[in-house]
Design a protein. Sequence first.
Length: 339
Amino acid sequence: MNTSLLSSTEPATPAGRQSKPAGRSDARAGTAVRDALTIAGVWVLLIAVTTLVRPDFLSTQTLLAVTFTASISGILAVAQSLVVISGGLLDLSLPVSLVLSAWTTVMVLGAGGPTFAAVAVGIVTGAAWGALNGLIVVFGKLNPIIVTLATGFGGLALMLLLFQSAQIPAGSELRQFGLGRFLGLPNIFWPMIVVVLLAGLALAYTRWGRRLVAVGGNAQAAKARGISLRKARLGTFIGAGAVAGLAGVMFTAVNPSFTPNAGAGFQLIVIAAVILAGVSLSGGKGNLLVLLLSVGFLATIPTSIAFFGLAPAWAMVFQGALLMFAVGIDGFRLKRSAR
């Protein structure tokens, strides 16, 4: 099995079935290129139309707004992509994992703990949340969507009991990091780029990544090759949870205060970005560089909406419409590949 950061991941071939790895890989690479060109083209069109209406759209402030929005949602989208590529359908509890990790990060900072310890606690909190979901899904043999929906509601209720609002210490290093810029862009934008690149490389060149893709592409074939489905799926949920924990740390850095339901606004844009990028809901297929484009495109929509003078709620309408369109395209591809 060959995977590449630049081409879509490829699922395992069932035992006894003749494979055509070169042709299949070329076809998937071609699909990824078409997806990237399509998203980039629509993105450029959106920018052009908005600029025609409001020439001041092309400004440093717009660039900062888009990259700021894309930063946290991009990290969460990587976490969601890992779950989907592994065949885990969707993790609907990621927004709760984000806020829970942000809250534990704030607790450590508020207690006078060092910044590195607070960051570590935030990431570990996300990993622990992913482990909880993974254990229930793997050993309970339950639908991941139902499980993560239930744990999401439970986690939100727990946080509502624990705190009404959390606030990061104003003078903390993490807060100063969130306020800063590097190369003219928000500091939190660069961790997102690093996460996308590292996750793409891990999928392509590590044993964990290849097993994740194999399990998502064809679980029975992966099992026949000696891959433990339980370990692979549990490891995926833990890894995705750790990435969501990092998103929670970055969320803390840029939000001086937040409430338990502060992560709800990320759910739609994250799922839309993942599916729009061509990450198949059937598992075993996805491209994180295309994901980067879809996150950037979706992050531009709220800013464009504001320049058109429309209510912010219209951004969710357009994102939802794009999500339905992307799901329809994914279903069409599945039917075509099954022929």
